[in-house]
Design a protein around this ligand. Structure first.
Ligand code: FAD
Length: 492
């Protein structure tokens, strides 16, 4: 029996590899060409696979490692050498992947069976029991249930500190003289240079291939976790929603690539954070909420709601993605800075993803699928199961299955939570006029265009009363149309 290990299933601490001494790994070049992937994403996955292979071999296990064009080629080569082999695999979270793997194995003449995915704390059956037959999901209810059933941050049946959620304490902005905590220096592993060369050969050149800085081994990932707990956790909570042009990482953990590849497990990461002495509860709970709550919640909503979720577009958005998302060339200081960061390192933190990248695309009326494709290609931590619910659900309100209202905002929120607006070519306080911030025009236009759907939403009542007070709706529509075509022309 041989365990077929995919590039994001790199754990030997649990799952099928833990109980086997033989593994099959396939580097499939065609897979890396399916989208214009960020070279760091390709480097990360391939270097991490090679390191995992070395780790298993050093542990005395056999690893059949194939570098070929497609998975089918790799399986055919393996079947030719080991015709009677039986494969076992971890069930992949990507929709349809299990069936595709089974069909490919069958085509190669090999048998295969699947084990549960140990990289999440909530098993499918448990989530399904909690969710029943609902098709609308609210995170807060799931999160409380997860806390109660795991006992994480629960004391004598009650949430530690008396509340389940300290979100209200996660929205501060740092003072002007704040020095962001140092970004950890990462040991990127021995395979990074060769993997980067391979990525440069097959990949696109829209992003900087030279600045790779993610861990590709478990040891490197543990170092990033250590650095988070000792240097960054304290400020993670209060500044979770803040953005600063001089700090791409703020106090975020930078753990998503390692978690999504399996180099770290959610339980060990949560346990380390919960055990951190002296860390403020709002930081600890804020982190637990992301990993125990959001990450698991979205993975299961995706599992249950695919394939319709990926295609959802309830606002009938039709615009293509503006070129600024690839080039970073725009006069909007917030968008330019965040896209520059993505080009440089394949990363932006949560509030940049939600309130800058998704917000601007949603206000413009970009097709959720076009934005999802971009996120999937551009981010080092992007995998279909996590990008899709985040982009289609939270980011663009392509469906209301995950949230009751769209996360959209004018320049007001960006100005409050960041220092972008003070250095921007646009005027944050104007809605009309050549220099008015496009977000203001587009925000009112968004409410106007989607009035039929959104006005009745009780959480939108106040903003619609402000729209009712405006007597410039026609001018707003005209300017919004022009901004949309400017965005497509790359001149916004
Ligand atoms: P921290 O802020 O330190 O959070 C800690 C951990 O919590 C993260 O590492 C991650 O594992 C988990 N987490 C937090 N929020 C989410 C969430 N909404 N969904 C899933 N996990 C979460 N996350 C990805 O891992 N891959 C993606 O492709 C991805 N795409 C996103 C697209 C959009 C439009 C939005 C709004 C969010 C997306 N996220 C994605 C979620 C989140 O933004 C990232 O997990 C986070 O920014 C990663 O940085 P970090 O490790 O420093 O996170």
């Amino acid at each position: 029996m041989t365990v077929w290990v995919l590039g994001d299933q790199l754990t030997d601490r649990s799952g099928p590899v833990a109980g086997s001494d033989s593994a099959l790994m396939i580097e499939a070049t065609a897979f890396g060409r399916r989208l214009p992937y960020h070279p760091h994403k390709l480097t990360l996955v391939v270097a991490a696979m090679r390191s995992f292979r070395d780790r298993l071999r050093a542990d005395g296990r056999t690893v059949h490692y194939y570098q070929c064009e497609t998975f089918a080629d790799g399986l055919a080569a393996h079947a030719a050498a080991h015709p009677d082999d039986h494969l076992r695999a971890m069930t992949p979270p990507t929709h349809g992947a299990r069936d595709r793997m089974a069909a490919m194995a069958d085509e190669a003449g090999l048998t295969i069976d699947f084990e549960p995915d140990p990289r999440f704390l909530c098993a499918p059956a448990a989530f399904d029991e909690w969710a029943g037959d609902r098709d609308e999901y609210r995170h807060e209810a799931f999160y409380r249930w997860q806390r109660d059933r795991t006992g994480i941050l629960i004391d004598d049946g009650e949430p530690v500190g008396g509340e389940y959620n300290y979100d209200a304490q996660n929205r501060e902005t740092p003072p002007a003289d704040w020095s962001p905590p140092a970004v950890p220096t990462v040991d990127t592993g021995v395979h990074t240079d060769a993997a980067a060369e391979w990525a440069a050969e097959i990949g696109e050149d829209w992003a900087d291939p030279a600045t790779f800085q993610w861990p590709t081994t478990r040891e490197g990932a543990l170092d990033v976790l250590d650095a988070f707990v000792s240097d960054r956790l304290e400020e993670f909570g209060p500044y979770q929603d803040a953005m600063r042009s001089d700090s791409w990482a703020m106090a975020h953990s930078l753990l998503s690539p390692a978690l999504n590849l399996g180099l770290l497990g959610p339980r060990e990461v949560i346990d380390r954070v919960v055990a951190a002495e002296d860390a403020p509860l709002a930081s600890v709970e804020g982190f637990v909420r992301q990993v125990l709550g959001w990450r698991e919640f979205l993975r299961h909503v995706y599992r249950r709601e695919m394939p319709a979720l990926a295609a959802a577009n309830q606002l009938d958005a039709t615009l293509d993605l503006p070129p600024a998302y690839w080039t970073g060339e725009t006069r909007l200081a917030c968008l330019a800075d965040v896209v520059d960061g993505v080009r440089e390192r394949g990363y932006a933190h949560h509030i940049e993803r939600l309130m800058v990248l998704s917000n601007i695309a949603t206000l413009l009326g970009v097709r959720p699928q076009a934005l999802n494709r971009w996120f999937h290609a551009a981010f080092v931590d992007a995998f279909h199961w996590v990008t899709t619910p985040n982009v289609i659900g939270m980011g663009t309100f392509g469906t209301d299955q995950l949230s009751t209202k769209p996360y959209v905002t004018s320049a007001n929120y960006i100005d409050e939570m960041s220092d972008y607006c003070s250095g921007c070519a646009y005027d944050r306080s104007a809605t009309l006029g050549a220099d008015a911030c496009p977000l203001n025009t587009l925000y009112w236009d968004f409410l106007d265009r989607h009035e039929d759907r959104l006005r009745a939403n009780h959480r939108m009542g106040l903003v619609y009363s402000h729209l009712d007070d405006r007597d410039d709706r026609e001018e707003i529509r005209t300017r919004a149309d022009r901004l949309r075509s400017d965005a497509l022309d790359g001149t916004i």
